[in-house]
Design a protein around this ligand. Structure first.
Ligand code: SAH
Ligand code: SF4
Length: 461
């Protein structure tokens, strides 16, 4: 159902007014946006940087900036602890510079428990700004400057879309395009639907226009984003149709998308990928578990058989397609037999790589109420076994690539070692290679000389 609501022009106009007022009092101040978690947060951060730049801030990479926005992740407890730990350290500098403004944004800002904790124990945080209201950043800063005090009152998720926000991209040839926001799936372990609000889709015309502008600007790597892109429904257009329209935009670019929920990943979507050479030959299709009983308790609404049928259909229609996945081990009461189901599934699908997570209890989700007699040690053992199995599969399936030539897009610099550049193949596999940084943003033919579980090692031809 198409029931998207948009933030009104009048409200956006007010944010622009606040932008101008902050800009007028801004004498060379700096701002830092620190991002945790998924690509959706990366995309939101690019927009927050855009707004901050319009307010006159110089964007820096330093938590001593005059404004620090922490765009946080709440999916697992570990991620939350890291964010709180880092905010903890920031108290020292804030004592030296009490004028510094610290804003906790992202998924954690939408959690009531976090709000309480921040209110009492992290007094250095000046404001909370959840993912559904980050477009109010100009208003938030203006209020902090003009009225002082803290803005950490409770806010209900605002399930609307704000169009036309400015953006500062991390690298010019790579872009995230959010096509939808929120999630209505309520997988029983997951906090996202509670903090990101109800599912809502952008207008397809806005999405295609953005892709067209990016392609015209020479952007080579465009990723369509949503928590569940398959439920996209904007202006009577579904996701396979939107993907096709974007792939038909003129220009030299690769189109990727994230994330596809197996319950509504259709044959039509697979056919659309097959029909458009610009779409990456890769599907990230998180399975979460290889046990029907666990899938049922996770509220995933597909079976192992249905999942495997999709994989088989895609392999038949899209030669060379690779699959990646997210898997949770140690979901409450996961038995040895359930876990063996996951092992079997991983062997059957032969993913190119997987992200494996140990189940993390999230307050307020249905799974948090389930009995969980499995010890942490057992969970860790399962986790390690799955990682070792996947490493074996990754290496076995990549080994035949040694000696072959692959076409890559060189997309960035690597932080470590003498293989100073990173690139991506048509399937989205990471390639590490040596070369001049002037090559970033170009295509090249690369000979694969070695493989690791992490990347292909290549040499420019
Ligand atoms: N919308 C995406 C994923 C969002 S969260 C999807 O449905 O695939 C990214 C991944 O984090 C999930 O796929 C899941 O594997 C993991 N995850 C989410 N909640 C978790 C939890 N409570 N414990 C452990 N892993 C979790
Ligand atoms: Fe979370 Fe499930 Fe929604 Fe993904 S589809 S964000 S796992 S509730």
């Amino acid at each position: 159902m198409d029931r998207t609501k948009f933030v009104s022009e009048r409200e956006l106009e007010y944010q622009r007014e606040c932008t101008e007022r902050v800009r007028a009092m801004n004498a060379g101040m700096t701002a830092f946006v620190d991002t945790y978690g998924c690509q959706q947060n990366e995309a939101d951060s690019e927009r927050m940087r855009g707004m901050l730049r319009e307010m006159g801030y110089t964007i820096v990479d330093d938590d001593k900036a005059d404004v620090v926005v922490i765009n946080s992740c709440a999916v697992r407890e570990h991620a939350e602890q890291r964010v709180l730990g880092n905010i903890g350290h920031m108290v020292h500098y804030k004592k030296i510079n009490p004028e510094q403004k610290i804003i906790l944004a992202g998924c954690m800002a939408g959690e009531e428990t976090v709000r309480q904790t921040v209110k009492k124990s992290y007094r250095q945080v000046d404001a909370l700004l959840d993912t559904t209201s980050f477009w109010r950043l100009p208003e938030t800063l203006l209020r902090l400057y003009e009225q002082g005090g803290r803005l950490i009152e409770h806010a209900e998720p605002d399930s609307r879309i704000a169009e036309g926000l400015p953006v500062v991209r991390t690298v010019p040839h790579k872009a995230y395009v959010s096509i939808m926001y929120g999630c209505d799936n309520f997988c029983s372990y997951c906090i996202v639907p509670y903090v990101r609000g109800r599912e809502r889709s952008r207008d397809p015309k806005d999405v295609v226009r953005e892709v067209r502008e990016l392609a015209a600007d020479g952007c080579h790597d465009i990723m369509l984003l949503g928590q569940n892109v398959n439920s996209y429904s904007g202006g009577g257009v579904d996701f396979p149709e939107l993907l096709s329209r974007c792939a038909e935009v003129e220009g030299d670019f690769t189109l990727r998308f994230m994330t596809s929920h197996p319950k509504d990943c259709s044959h039509a979507l697979i056919d659309a990928i097959a029909a458009h050479p610009k779409v990456e030959r890769h599907i990230h299709l998180p399975v979460q578990s290889g046990s029907d009983e666990i899938l049922r308790r996770m509220n995933r609404r597909y079976t192992v058989e249905q999942y495997c049928e999709l994989v088989d259909y895609a392999r038949e229609k899209i030669p060379g397609v690779i699959f990646t996945s997210d898997i949770i081990v140690g979901f409450p009461s996961e038995s040895d037999e359930d876990f063996e189901g996951t092992v079997e599934l991983v062997k059957r699908v032969r993913y190119d790589s997987i992200f494996t997570f140990i189940y993390s209890k999230r307050a307020g989700t249905p799974a948090a109420e389930m009995d969980d007699p499995i010890t942490h040690e057992q969970k860790v053992k399962r986790f390690r076994r799955l990682m070792a199995l996947q490493d074996e599969i990754t290496l076995e399936d990549r080994r035949p690539l040694i000696g072959s030539t692959v076409r890559v897009h060189i997309d960035g610099e690597s932080r470590s070692g003498e293989l100073n550049l990173t690139a991506r193949t048509q399937e989205g596999r990471l390639v590490s290679l040596k070369g001049d940084s002037g090559l970033i943003g170009t295509y090249a033919d690369v000979k694969v000389t070695d493989i690791t579980t992490f990347s292909l090692i290549g040499e420019l031809k």
